[in-house]
Structure formats: C-alpha cells, structure tokens
Ligand binder design. Structure first.
Ligand code: GTP
Ligand code: MG
Length: 452
C-alpha cells in the first residue's frame, strides 16, 4: 500500500452480552456524557453504530486518557440487541469487530447469552474486556457520578466494597471456568493473554472513564497495524441487516471496515444464490437527534469512509444476506470483484453431506457458528441455509430414513405457518432457539429419548 494514502481507521468495538445486562445503557451513558460536556454534535450516530472521537473519549475519561498518547481517531461501537445474533458481525477471514466489550450484570452473573458470546469471542479470537455492570445496585452504594472506579471504590464502606469484590471474583471465576484467565483490569499486564474486568455502572457513569481508557489502550497497543487502511480505496464491508425501508425498498445496513463507499458506486453483495451486482441509489445516515422531527429519518450522504455504519439503498437487494460481504467495484474488473465475493462466500459455506439434519439460521455468521457446534457434537448436516423455516426445508427433512434426522434446527429464525403444518403431517420435528448450545442440547435430548 502507498503510505501516502493510508491512514488509521477507527477500531470497531462490539458490545455484547445477555439481554438486559446494560449494553444500550452503556452506550447511552457515553452519548449522554458528551451531551453534558456540550459536545453532543461530536458523537455521530451511524446505522447500528455510534462513533466516539478521541477528543470526546479523552474529555469523558479525564486523566485516564491523554489524547497525545494516541493516534487512532476514536472508537466505533456496535450495539447488539440481546435477541439479535451478533454472529452477524463477521468479516473477511473472521470477526468484524476488532475488539469487544462483554457486558455482565453483577447481580445476574453469567447467563446463556453470556456463554454464547464468550464462545464466539473464543472462536473468532477477538480480544475483549468484561464490563461488570450495575455496580450501583450493591446495597448501600455511595454514588459518585461519572467517577473513575478507583475514586468511587475508595469512597464505599467496607461492607459495600467486600460485597462488590465478591461479585467481581464470581465473574472472574466464571471466566476461568470457561478457559479465560481473567483479573481486575488494573492488575492485567498483557490484555492479549488475560481478560480485564472493569467494574462499571451504565446508570451513574462510574467506571466508564476506565472502560474507555482500557479500550483505547488495547486498540492502540495491539491493533494499530491492522487499522491501517487505504482511505481512498474501494470500500469493503459486511451486511448487518437486510431491511425494507419506506420509500427506498430493500436496503442493507452495512458496516464498512475498509476504504470508502460513494453514492455513485457499483457494488457486489453476497446473495442467497449468487453475488448481486447493483448500483448504489442512496447512502443513508440517521439524522442527528435534533432533527428527528423532519420528514425523513435519514440524510443522504455522498461518501463514507471506514469505519462506519451506513444504510445502502440499491435495486436487487432482496436476496442479500445478513453477514454477507459487500464490495465496491470502482475502477476494477467487475468479474474480479464477483470472484472475490464468491470466494468469501465459499469460505463461509457449510459442508453438507448426503444425509443429516436441516439447519436454518438468521445470518451467515450464525449459520457458520451452528455448523461448527454441530460438527463438534458429531451431528451431520444435509442442508444449511440462511432464512426462516420454510415448507421446502420440511420436504428435505422428510426424505431422511433415520428418524433422528427428520429434524430441522432453526437458530434465531421463525417457522412459516405452512411449514409447521407440513412438518406435523410429515412427522418432521422442528426445534428453534435463540442460543446455539441450548438448541443443540434440545436436539441431543430428543435423540436420547428416541434411543431409550
Ligand atoms: P437488550 O438490548 O434487550 O439485550 O438489553 P441491553 O443489554 O441493551 O440492556 P439495557 O441497556 O436496555 O438495560 C436493561 C435495564 O437495565 C434497563 O432498565 C436499564 O435501565 C437497566 N440498567 C442498565 N445498566 C444499569 C446500571 O448500571 N445500573 C442500574 N441500576 N440499572 C441499569
Ligand atoms: Mg439493548
């Protein structure tokens, strides 16, 4: 790459965790702090993401972040709703997120989606820290709004401190049970080898300065080289979600992690059957909060550069898949780009055999994760696809001779009503769940009962 045209992009931070453990509140708190500092305009809302520039991080984190120590431009946070499978967050060759924050409620501890998140972080080798959230709920807690953890910790009574310590060591123990060596973040020397636990409250902002400082430090120290991109190069990204948008038809919410995308670009997007070749009709960004009352929720922009979340409106997107690659063609041979996208799709494709169960999942990433987990459980797969459970899936499952294989496993998907009726008639069993290992456990129980 020509060094003159390279620059450092914003690291992509995925915020993961069990439902209601406080992912969105944490991002709201960071946004809210910027508003209080009179810097509301500095934080930009993206599609599915929030960009926080370095100077704001430094304002919120105070002494903990000196902007002169960093040359990365800030952090781009992707919020993943608990019900939504964050396995979508994949990119060429692995995880879309450069780093992650796993949010754990100190009262509620490890829950199914916490374990699932850990499993995926492990598989994708994504460096992460744990935000031990809701520390303000410890009975007797003395609030110190927006304070670094050390200061607020010092101001608590012995009883509160030891209660919090207990909760934190429980989380550290849980992490160790899952094979991660973890400790309170200020004791961690090497964040690549050990997981740092940061006590926070998304409600009071306590510990949020620490969280931002650790994320910045981690990115700067270990990710800097990977953040070098060709700022003017053709964009590369991943589909987060395929959505119908009034007035625009089918659109793809995309996270761009390299290069730029322009309003007049030609794109190749991974589709259900083959790569989709299309021309951008509009690049859409959410309007700033202040303008929310205007006619359209979106603002058209001419160009966006990585890293960013952007909604792309273009024709022919009906068959686009969440988790699929998006590539800008610009000044390159279209066929080369189609081949790149095909190669990337082939890389994700699940190996299927002559017989086995039918697997459906909401995104390419989750399909991949399902296939991995089934492979480990030694369950063969006959068909694996992104999408809801449909009658044709029942037809495939019903051809199995082995009753253990007259089964459809659906992860984070719905079952169409005619598929349900058909399954009943054809003696096919459909399992659906929002947690992969639970889904597999349900299936294993079914097999065990059958074998008795
Ligand atoms: P999903 O998007 O549904 O997965 O949930 P989430 O992880 O985004 O959780 P959310 O931020 O919506 O918070 C869930 C509830 O916990 C809300 O009622 C929050 O007000 C509350 N909450 C979040 N963080 C804190 C905290 O630090 N302290 C206290 N006391 N409550 C919190
Ligand atoms: Mg949320």
């Amino acid at each position: 790459r020509d060094p003159a045209s390279t620059s450092l992009r914003t690291p992509i931070v995925a915020v993961l965790g069990h439902v209601d453990h406080g992912k969105t509140s944490l991002l709201d708190k960071i946004r809210g702090s910027a508003v209080i500092e009179g810097e509301a305009g500095a934080i930009t809302q993206h599609i599915g993401a929030t960009a926080v520039p370095l100077d704001i991080i430094s304002t919120i984190a105070g002494d903990l972040v000196d902007p002169d120590d960093f040359d990365l431009p800030g952090l781009l946070f992707i919020d993943t709703p608990g019900h939504h499978s964050f396995t979508t967050l994949r990119s060429r060759g692995g995880a879309l997120a450069d780093i992650a924050i796993l949010v754990v409620d100190v009262n509620d501890g490890f829950q199914p989606q916490t374990l699932e998140a850990l499993d995926i972080l492990k598989r994708s080798e994504t460096p992460f820290i744990v935000a031990a959230n809701k520390i303000d709920t410890v009975p007797g807690w003395n609030e110190n709004e927006d304070s670094p953890i050390n200061d607020t910790y010092e101001s608590q009574s012995d009883r509160v401190r030891s209660r919090l310590d207990e909760q934190l060591y429980e989380i550290i123990g849980n992490l160790s049970d899952e094979g991660f060596s973890a400790d309170l973040y200020w004791r961690v020397q090497n964040f690549q080898r050990n997981v740092g636990v940061v006590p926070v409250s998304a409600m009071t902002g306590e510990g949020v300065p620490d969280l931002l400082a650790v994320m910045m430090g981690l990115s700067q120290r270990y990710m800097k080289e990977e953040m070098e991109i060709d700022v003017q190069g053709p964009g590369v990204g991943t589909v987060l979600e395929v959505k119908d948008e009034k007035g625009f038809g089918t659109t793809i919410d995309t996270v761009l992690y390299d290069g730029t995308i322009r309003a007049d670009d030609q794109l190749v997007v991974g589709g259900q059957n083959e790569p989709i070749v299309t021309d951008v009709r509009a690049l859409l960004q959410p309007r700033p909060l202040a303008e929310i009352r205007t006619e359209s929720r979106f603002e058209k922009v001419d160009e966006v550069g990585a890293a960013a979340g952007i909604k792309v409106a273009a024709p022919e997107l009906d068959e686009a898949m969440a988790g699929a690659p998006v590539r800008v063609v610009r000044n390159r041979d279209l066929n080369d780009v189609i081949q790149e996208v095909q190669a990337e799709l082939a890389d994700i494709a699940v190996d299927t055999g002559e017989e086995g169960v039918v697997v459906k999942a909401d995104t390419l990433g989750s399909l991949e994760a399902m296939a991995d987990a089934l492979d480990e459980a030694e369950v063969p797969i006959v068909r694996a696809e992104v999408g809801d459970v449909a009658p044709r899936d029942v037809s495939v499952a019903s051809t199995a001779d082995d009753p253990k294989q007259r089964v459809i496993l659906g992860f984070n998907v719905d079952t169409l009503s005619d598929a349900e009726r058909r399954a009943e008639a054809d003696d096919v069993t459909i399992f659906t769940d929002e947690v992969i290992y639970q889904l597999i456990e349900e299936y294993e129980e079914f097999v065990e009962e059958m074998e008795q």
